[in-house]
Design a protein around this ligand. Structure first.
Ligand SMILES: Cc1cc2nc3c(=O)[nH]c(=O)nc-3n(C[C@H](O)[C@H](O)[C@H](O)COP(=O)(O)OP(=O)(O)OC[C@H]3O[C@@H](n4cnc5c(N)ncnc54)[C@H](O)[C@@H]3O)c2cc1C
Length: 337
């Protein structure tokens, strides 16, 4: 099976789930990594380290910032001339977009968010979650190329081998595009939710600390947001001690407490951490849709009847403004931080 793996990155920082995709590709035979960007030598090295046999490198200043048109045209030109059987991607907002565009050019299709991929002869069997991950469907695909995006943390990440090299083949970038990138309003910094092994999330409850006195001059809405930001500081401190990422419910995002990029759930990010700590989150079905693959859920909520406790392995009924800082202190001591 001739397998290409697209190494997704944000400003030259590879998405770790790309290495999981390379690991899967290696189980089917040789793996060719696709690296698109400008000045991305470190990513090429890493691709070999994580198992790529060959790297197809499109290094061009026009590919410095991600744009769907340039990335999709570069990919479809490559796939048309080299005819891979399978093109794997980590599932990210970018890959969902440009894999679909390339699939149209290639008269093929994209299967998104796979949690298992089996190959038997020319047939590929993909398992993917549907109906908010309440069911898993099996999709059979034939014809080539098949474009499949893989759910983050659903496949093991291979061990990185120091000093491993392979063949680098330079390929042309397709540079005509109708759009240009002026900048990014949201900085993707810190641990990304998609790759996080530990996530600490806050909900509407993070604004509910009656003992906090907001600064003078704020109206009611501004005071609520200020209080919530103090709550999210505590959530962030716990996440930071644990080396994890900060998540949020939609209620917290809609109320302006925290940006949308932190939202977990049906209309936010679907995550699969080893540990998910939910503080001041009730556990609405749309939130739970985003955390079904979490290995362990811990809930902190004042209301013993909150639905989040039904999915939590451990639950603490209490005030998050007491419990979260106490946990941070306890983990600091335990981890020697
Ligand atoms: C189409 C659609 C899509 C949606 N998509 C999403 C999505 O992607 N993600 C998502 O999260 N939601 C989503 N929602 C919204 C969802 O239905 C809920 O409204 C939302 O998840 C509630 O957020 P919450 O738990 O933070 O708030 P609430 O339901 O208001 O819960 C707040 C919780 O905090 C607790 N609390 C309050 N104060 C404290 C305190 N001091 N200490 C401890 N606990 C405290 C309360 O007991 C309560 O349980 C969607 C809704 C729809 C209709």
């Amino acid at each position: 099976m001739k397998t290409f793996v697209y190494i997704d990155h944000f400003k030259g920082e590879a998405q770790p789930a790309s290495w999981e995709a390379l690991g899967l590709a290696k189980t089917f035979g040789e793996a060719t990594a696709l690296v698109f960007g400008s000045g991305v030598d470190e990513m090429v090295k890493a691709a070999f380290g994580y198992g790529a046999d060959e790297v197809l490198l499109a290094d061009d200043s026009a590919l410095l910032d991600y744009r769907a048109e340039t990335y999709a045209s570069t990919l479809s030109a490559l796939a048309s001339s080299l005819s891979p059987d399978l093109i794997l991607f980590p599932t990210t907002t970018r890959t969902r977009e440009f894999a679909a565009m390339a699939a149209v050019d290639l008269n093929s299709n994209v299967i998104t968010d796979a949690t298992a991929v089996e190959v038997s002869g020319d047939t590929i069997l993909v398992t993917r979650p549907i109906y908010e991950a309440k069911l898993f469907e099996k999709v059979t695909a034939s014809g080539k190329p098949q474009l499949i995006t893989l759910r983050g943390r659903a496949f093991p990440k291979p061990e990185q081998q120091e000093g491993k090299t392979g063949t680098i083949t330079k390929v042309d970038a397709k540079t005509d595009a109708l759009t240009s990138v002026e900048g990014y309003s949201v900085a993707e910094v810190g641990v990304s939710l998609n790759d996080a092994g530990i996530i600490v999330s806050g909900g509407r409850g993070v604004s509910n600390n009656p003992s906090l006195q907001p600064p003078a001059g704020l109206d009611d809405k501004q005071a609520e947001i200020w209080k919530a930001q103090q709550g999210f500081k505590l959530v962030g401190e716990l996440a930071s001690v644990l080396g994890g990422a900060v998540g949020a419910s939609r209620a917290a995002v809609d109320a302006g407490y925290i940006p949308y990029s932190n939202q977990v759930g049906q209309t936010g990010k679907v995550v699969a951490p080893d540990l998910y700590i939910a503080a001041g989150i009730s556990g609405a079905i749309q939130h739970l849709a985003g955390i079904r693959s979490a290995k362990m859920v811990v809930a902190i909520n004042k209301d013993a009847d909150a639905p989040i406790f039904k999915v939590a392995r451990y639950g603490v009924v209490g005030d998050l403004f007491v419990i979260v800082p106490a946990l941070t202190e306890a983990f600091k001591k335990k981890l020697g931080k």
